[in-house]
Write a protein that binds this ligand. Structure first.
Ligand SMILES: Nc1ncnc2c1ncn2[C@@H]1O[C@H](COP(=O)(O)OP(=O)(O)OP(=O)(O)O)[C@@H](O)[C@H]1O
Ligand SMILES: [Mg+2]
Length: 337
């Protein structure tokens, strides 16, 4: 089976063709991040207009570049939520129109399920059941994943997502958007000695997170301190350390709670090297296994949508040609849709 995946939930236009035998035939992402430097964040109206401008050309050019015939596609999967309404509607409309013209089904895919299951595309694949740590720009969630579409939310951020805080602190440190990777690079030059930041909710037994107080604390420190390179690097290092400690500790508790030995980590923040190192250590001690995606599949892409579209199509045999998006679609509602 061969599926075209279309991802337009936020500011990346991602498309891919995934073939159940040959694997990923191509993966193209057009990123808008340079468009927002003067705004300091995504402007939803501009993001949807950019998807409209880019998406059909990207599909056309990619099929030509990789010498693929559109008639070889068996279905089209698209992100139906969660995400920005206008951006989702562009992907959904194009997916349904193209599928209608090719007389093939469409499959609506939950963006977070896409992130969660992407590590299954690696040679070293996780098996259900597992604890999923979803850490992205809009989500920080711990999921009890029992099977495809069987997800229980164990805990989540009560305010900002981990990636969002990385981006906001990066901005305060004078780094360009998107800040997570830039902050992480700056932290490599830092030393942990002058600062001690709070670790919100680390001592609470529940599996929720809260990062906005940490952001405010760091913001106040930045205002008081010198703004030279080394001070900024030291702040970045301590901030990264604290976020990582919290994510590792709560993941450990989730594994203990359910007595699971497998952890799957996905979303853009899972690229973070310090996070991977600390999670690897924790899982080594627990004699468990931890799984990640290759870096280019951690942030938004069409591969994850095509792949999950294929899994869902095979399992549920369901598809429809309605143009439906769900901007606030929780991964735990999947079975009911
Ligand atoms: N090396 C890194 N360290 C920490 N954070 C990072 C790193 N690289 C990327 N990120 C963060 O990952 C986030 C982007 O990830 P992703 O594309 O999965 O999020 P999103 O699609 O915007 O949000 P969601 O998937 O929740 O809708 C950004 O917040 C970015 O700062
Ligand atoms: Mg995402």
């Amino acid at each position: 089976m061969r599926i075209l995946g279309i991802e337009t939930s936020c500011d990346d236009t991602g498309i891919s063709v995934y073939d159940s035998i040959e694997g990923i035939l191509f993966n193209k992402v057009f990123s808008q991040f340079n468009s927002y430097n003067s705004y300091g964040g995504i402007v939803p109206e501009l993001a949807s207009r950019k998807h409209l401008e880019v998406l059909s050309k990207l599909i056309q050019n990619s099929f030509e570049e990789f010498n693929l015939d559109k008639n070889s596609i068996n279905a089209i999967a698209y992100t139906a939520g969660p995400g920005l309404t206008g951006s989702l509607l562009i992907g959904a409309s194009l997916a349904v129109a193209l599928a209608f013209s090719l007389n093939i089904p469409t499959i609506s895919v939950n963006h977070m399920e896409g992130h969660l299951l992407t590590p299954m595309l690696e040679d070293k694949k996780p098996k259900f059941p597992f604890i999923g740590l979803l850490v992205s720009g809009g989500h920080t969630q711990l999921i009890n994943a029992r099977g495809i579409g069987e997800y229980e939310l164990l805990g989540e951020s009560l305010d900002d997502a981990a990636g969002e805080v990385f981006d906001k602190v990066a901005k305060l440190l004078g780094l360009k958007y998107p800040g997570g990777s830039n902050l992480s690079k700056l932290a490599e030059s830092g030393v942990r000695k002058n600062f001690c930041f709070p670790k919100p909710m680390i001592n609470q037994k529940n599996l929720n997170f809260s990062f906005s107080g940490l952001k405010t604390f760091v913001s106040n420190v930045i205002k008081k301190e010198k703004f030279d390179f080394q001070t900024r690097a030291n702040i970045a290092k301590e901030f990264e350390h604290v976020i990582v400690e919290i994510l590792v500790e709560k993941s450990k508790r989730a594994l203990e709670k359910l007595n699971y030995t497998t952890l799957v980590v996905s979303g853009g923040v899972s690229i973070n090297k310090v996070l991977r190192k600390k999670l690897n250590n924790m899982m080594n001690i627990r004699k468990g296994k931890v799984f990640y995606s290759r870096p280019e599949l951690c942030s938004d892409n069409g591969v994850m949508i095509a792949y999950v579209g294929m899994l869902r199509f095979r399992k549920f045999k369901s598809f429809d040609l309605r143009i439906l998006v769900h901007p606030r679609w929780s991964i735990t509602e999947l079975k009911s849709i």
